[in-house]
Design a binder for this molecule. Structure first.
Ligand code: TUI
Length: 314
């Protein structure tokens, strides 16, 4: 299966590995790229020097194309923009905001920019400023999410723009990939399934939590902050939800409570494996993820399922 995305980026399979903050490092990204997908290093909230090291490590581990993701709410966003230009990164995805103001610099540096869009308006804007493709990410995804589901968002984005659309949110196997393609997508982005990849360096407790997750285990916290985040339900998520309920009724809600509750919580889950007080971001599809595999095995399983389902179609 070759699409415009494969030709544009020089990859074998039109499958992106989702950029998971504090998790998607050189180890995961290089393994996905080596296996034929697009590995992506997540800059997340990390300082530029940390990201530089991951980019350089990734280059040592693979000579295949890989990308970097800029999380636009990061305090280091300007430094990361400088960094990707300096390091000659070829593919960039963005999340959690509008990358318009950096577009000129990306173009000057020959970077393919592929932003995540949560709506049709945002997709149109991204096409207009010259983006090469967009990732239409539904609210089934883990982490920071928009309001629409993948099923509703993807075909509307496909109809609204002529650049390639990558479907994301709720996809973890060949069936999900085929469904995305039926909606008009030319690629898919997969996060949650790569959390349990052998090459993924996230704490083993995090992997085990994903492996035992059931369909209803995720909740959305942070609606009150304007940055809703899908996580696995735990003590932290419950505290967050109760605090939101309390503050929601107030004329002057105490927003500082949410900073305190959220601070460092993702790292606590990712690095320390604290499944009670950490932020365990995960997509709704975690219930389908049952096995630790190498990135190569994961990609081959997805492509195998996809090819069986789409054989004879065209
Ligand atoms: O960015 C993500 N997922 C993320 S980022 C992240 S780190 C984080 N941690 C705590 C709070 C916030 C972030 C964890 N997961 N996905 C891509 C995504 N982008 N989802 C939604 C959006 C988005 C939202 C608004 C993209 C553009 C947008 O535009 C609004 C504007 O500024 O015009």
């Amino acid at each position: 299966m070759k699409t415009r995305i494969c030709d544009m980026l020089g990859i074998k399979y039109p499958i992106f590995q989702g950029a998971m903050a504090w998790i998607a490092d050189a180890s995961l990204a290089s393994a996905v790229s080596e296996a034929g997908g697009l590995g992506i290093i997540a800059a997340g909230n990390a300082p530029a020097e940390v990201v530089r090291e991951e980019i350089r490590k990734c280059r040592e581990l693979t000579d295949k194309p890989f990308g970097v993701n800029i999380m636009l709410l990061s305090p280091f966003v300007e430094d990361i923009v400088d960094l990707v230009c300096e390091e000659g990164v070829k593919v960039l995805t963005t999340g959690a905001g509008n990358p318009s103001k950096y577009m000129e610099r990306f173009k000057e540096n020959g970077i393919h920019l592929i932003p995540v869009v949560p709506s049709i308006a945002q997709a149109r804007k991204m096409e207009k400023i010259g983006c090469d493709a967009v990732i239409a990410e539904g609210m089934e995804s883990g982490g920071h999410i928009g309001k629409l589901t993948t099923m509703a968002l993807v075909p509307q984005v496909v109809d609204a723009v002529s650049i390639p659309v990558i479907a994301a949110g709720g996809i973890a196997d060949g069936r999900g990939m085929a469904a995305g393609f039926m909606l008009g997508a030319e690629g898919v982005q997969i996060g949650t399934r790569f959390l349990v990849a052998k090459e993924c360096t996230v704490h083993q407790n995090y992997k085990n939590r994903i492996l035992k997750a059931k369909d209803l285990d995720t909740v959305i916290t942070g609606n009150i902050t304007g940055h809703p985040v899908r996580v696995i339900k735990n003590q932290l998520a419950n505290s967050f939800l109760s605090a939101e309920k309390e503050e929601m009724g107030k004329e002057h809600p105490d927003m500082a409570r949410f900073d305190v509750l959220g601070k460092g919580a993702l790292q606590k889950a990712v690095k320390e494996g604290d499944m009670d007080h950490g932020s365990v971001m995960s997509g709704q599809i975690a219930g389908l993820v049952k096995e630790e595999q190498t990135c190569k095995e994961i990609l081959e399983d997805i492509m195998d399922g996809f090819n069986k389902l789409t054989k004879g179609l065209e």
